[in-house]
Design a protein around this ligand. Structure first.
Ligand SMILES: Cc1ncc(COP(=O)(O)O)c(C=O)c1O
Length: 360
């Protein structure tokens, strides 16, 4: 057996939400629902699907390594220069590119806990150290996070909205935070759920980019655009930050179908509006039903809801729900994260929760 470095040995592998097909194969059941990975229950953007069908003839060719058309379309839409964009195999890859580019062994990254688990494992893979700052009232404690910056800190991760809690940090909080972050520390603002946010207090992170701050904003086509399977996300940063990350990027990291679909999806404002509406309606329904069940949920700005259980029963609850064909996400022993689904899926979940009342 090869000798594995200690910092790699200690990494806990990412456990993705169970695919529906896998659950159905294992239990011999049908019509199960997945409310575990914050996917879009309205499906992929229909415009993207149409473009994909037309564009499948050139799979023998390598993709365009520069993402020329998508880069230009997004640059126009976001009012940034094309060289300020980085494309990744999901926004996940951009997290990895940023860490591998800017963090040397022994360097530190500050992040909230609980937040998106991938930040810490990528930092560990680069032999860096994560400084975890507990959430305060389920939100990033930005004051505490800035107080954890040391000479070794290279980057800070802020998921806004946060996964798993669905909470945001406000404009005023981010303004104050950015004033405390020294130059040379990269602030990674992960906005995977940006398009779902309805709060007027939501921080406009592009403002800091325009001010010339060291910031990398992450967005994705996996969520509201419904293209999770194609794996495509993007980063917005200063051109020099993008240029450095580009040096270690795989030359053809974004496949052609993903580029074609993403180009079409950004024009699909109808699908975005439909998804947002579905999400708002699902949210209202689930809030009402969770209240009836006397469950303690955190109001969300995203497409999932964090629910704290009165008993430390999350694993058992999850297992029982799986048997009923419902996949959610346990978050430690005392909480679960539930993706807001299609109305039928939400109703199925509520029916099951009523039957499992003794566990919640
Ligand atoms: C906060 C956050 N960031 C990033 C991602 C990664 O998304 P993707 O790699 O599909 O763009 C997710 C996915 O669930 C997420 O919740």
């Amino acid at each position: 057996m090869m000798k594995v470095p200690r910092h790699i040995k200690g990494i806990k592998p990412y456990v993705p939400g169970k695919p529906v097909e896998e659950l159905e194969r294992e239990l011999g059941i049908r019509e199960s629902v997945k409310l575990a990975s914050n996917e879009n229950p309205a499906g992929p953007s229909p415009r993207a699907l149409r473009a994909l069908k037309k564009g499948l003839g050139n799979l023998n060719r390598y993709p365009d390594g520069s993402c020329y058309y998508l880069r230009n379309a997004l640059s126009e839409r976001l009012r940034v220069r094309p060289e300020e964009l980085t494309f990744g195999n999901g926004s996940n890859e951009i997290i990895e590119l940023a860490v591998r580019t800017f963090l040397s062994p022994g360097d530190e990254a500050v992040m909230a806990h609980p937040s998106f688990v991938v930040y810490a494992s990528i930092v560990q893979a680069a032999h860096g150290k994560s400084r975890l700052v507990p959430l305060k009232d389920q939100r990033h404690d930005l004051e505490k996070m800035s107080s954890r910056i040391t000479k070794k800190t290279r980057m800070i991760f802020i998921a806004n909205p946060n996964n798993p809690t669905g909470t945001i940090n406000t404009s005023a909080e981010m303004d104050a935070f950015m004033k405390r972050v020294p130059r040379g520390v990269l602030v990674v603002v992960d906005e995977a759920y940006y398009e779902y946010v309805s709060s007027p207090d939501y921080a406009d992170s592009m403002k800091y980019l325009k001010q010339g701050r060291d910031i990398l904003i992450l967005r994705t086509f996996s969520k509201i655009y419904g293209l999770a399977a194609l794996r495509i996300g993007y980063g917005i940063s200063g051109a020099r930050t993008a240029e450095e990350m580009n040096k270690i990027r795989q030359p053809f990291n974004i496949n052609t179908p993903a580029q074609v679909a993403a180009c079409a999806a950004i024009d699909d404002s109808r699908h975005v509006a439909k998804t947002r509406k579905l999400n708002e309606e699902g949210k209202t329904f689930l809030y009402k039903e969770l209240e009836k069940l006397n469950m303690d949920y955190v109001p969300t700005e995203a497409n999932f809801i964090f629910v704290r259980l009165r008993k430390q029963n999350a694993i058992e609850l999850n297992n029982k729900l799986l048997k009923k064909g419902i996949i959610i996400r346990p978050m430690g022993p005392g909480a679960v994260r539930i993706t807001i689904g299609h109305p039928d899926e939400n109703r199925k979940l509520v029916r099951a929760l009523r039957q499992l009342k003794s566990l919640i």
